[in-house]
Design a protein around this ligand. Structure first.
Ligand code: 1OR
Ligand code: 1OR
Length: 256
C-alpha cells in the first residue's frame, strides 16, 4: 500500500479532456479523486457512452493488466482530479497481488452457481477485479433507496435482506420486513445495477460476513453472460413480491 501511495501522482483535468483514448497503449492507471468521467466505447464506427465515473472509482487497469490496447475512451465532463500510477509500478505491485488473489479465490469462484456458465478465463478476470469486504454483526451493507454502484457475492457468513414496502399502510411502511437470506456462494445487489434504479431493499450482516465486491463497470463488462440467469431470478422476486404484499410491480421494467 505505501509503495503504491509513494508512486502515485496527481493529475488535474479540464472538461472535455481525454484521459485515455481507446486503442492507445496503456501508460497509467487512474483513481478518481473527484469529477465526472464518461466511458465511451467505439464499435463499428459508432461511439457510445456506456457508463460514467461519478467522483468515485478507478480505470485504466485493463491495458496494463492484460497488455491490450485501451478498451475505452475516458473523457472528463467536469473539472476533476485523478491519482495516477505508472505502468511499471502498477504491474510490479498489482500483478503480484493478482497472482495471490487467483490462488485465494479461484476455487471459491468456481463454486459460485451464478458463474458456472462462464469460461475459466472469464472467471479469472472476475477474480482480478474483485475486492473483499468484511462486515460485523448487524452492519448495513446496502441501504434501500440508495444509489447503487456495487455487486456482492457472499464468501462467508449470512446476509439478511429487508424491505420497507410502499404497498403497506403508512404505519407499517417504515418497518422493515425480512424477505430473504443469502449464504456462501449466493449474490445480492444485482437488481439496482440491472434496472438502473435505487436499491430495492436493505442488506445486513448476520454475524461476521465476508463479501466479494465488484463495481458496476466490472459487473457490466464481465457478467453479461450471466445476465439471463439474474433476470430469471428477478422474475422470481416479483412472484414473491406479489405473494407477500399483493403488489404486482414489475421490478425489471424501469417505467414502473
Ligand atoms: P483500459 O486500460 O482498457 C480504458 O482503458 C478503461 O475504461 C479500461 O481500462 C477500464 O478501466 C475502463 N469496457 C472496457 N473498459 C471499461 C469498461 C467497459 N468500463 C470501464 N472501463 N465496459 C464494457 C463496454 C462494452 C463497461 C461499461 C460500463
Ligand atoms: P438491489 O441492488 O436492489 C437490494 O439491493 C438487494 O436485495 C437486491 O438488489 C437483491 O439482490 C436482493 N426483492 C428485491 N430485492 C431482493 C429480493 C426481493 N430478494 C433479495 N433481494 N424479493 C421480493 C420482495 C418481496 C425476494 C423475496 C424472496
Amino acid at each position: 500500500m505505501s509503495q503504491v501511495l509513494d508512486a502515485m501522482f496527481e493529475r488535474k483535468v479540464k472538461p472535455q479532456e481525454h484521459v485515455i483514448d481507446q486503442g492507445d497503449d496503456g501508460d497509467n492507471f487512474y483513481v478518481v479523486e473527484r469529477g465526472l468521467y464518461d466511458i465511451v466505447v467505439a464499435k463499428d464506427n459508432q461511439s457510445r457512452c456506456v457508463g460514467r465515473y461519478d467522483n468515485h472509482g478507478s480505470f485504466g487497469e485493463l491495458a496494463l493488466m492484460y497488455n491490450t490496447p485501451r478498451a475505452a475512451t475516458i473523457v472528463a465532463t467536469t473539472e476533476g482530479a485523478l491519482w495516477g500510477l505508472d505502468r511499471v509500478t502498477f504491474r510490479r505491485i498489482i500483478l503480484k497481488n493478482n497472482a495471490k488473489k487467483r490462488k485465494t479465490y479461484e476455487l471459491f469462484i468456481e463454486s459460485v452457481p451464478l458463474l458456472k456458465s462462464l469460461e475459466a478465463s472469464e472467471r479469472m478476470k472476475i477474480v482480478d477485479v474483485i475486492g473483499e469486504k468484511v462486515y460485523q454483526d448487524g452492519e448495513r451493507i446496502i441501504s434501500q433507496g440508495d444509489k447503487a454502484d456495487c455487486f456482492y457475492i457472499v464468501e462467508s457468513g449470512e446476509v439478511k435482506i429487508l424491505i420497507k414496502s410502499k404497498t403497506m399502510t403508512s404505519k407499517e411502511a417504515n418497518q422493515e420486513v425480512e424477505i430473504a437470506r443469502c449464504h456462501r456462494g449466493q449474490y445480492f445487489g444485482e437488481l439496482a445495477l440491472v434496472t438502473n434504479k435505487p436499491r430495492a431493499a436493505s442488506a445486513y450482516a448476520v454475524g461476521e460476513v465476508k463479501c466479494l465486491v465488484m463495481d458496476v463497470q466490472a459487473f457490466e463488462r464481465l457478467l453479461g453472460p450471466c445476465m439471463d440467469i439474474m433476470k430469471r431470478n428477478i422474475t422470481h422476486y416479483e412472484e414473491q413480491l406479489v405473494a407477500m404484499f399483493g403488489s404486482s410491480m414489475d421490478l425489471l421494467d424501469p417505467g414502473n
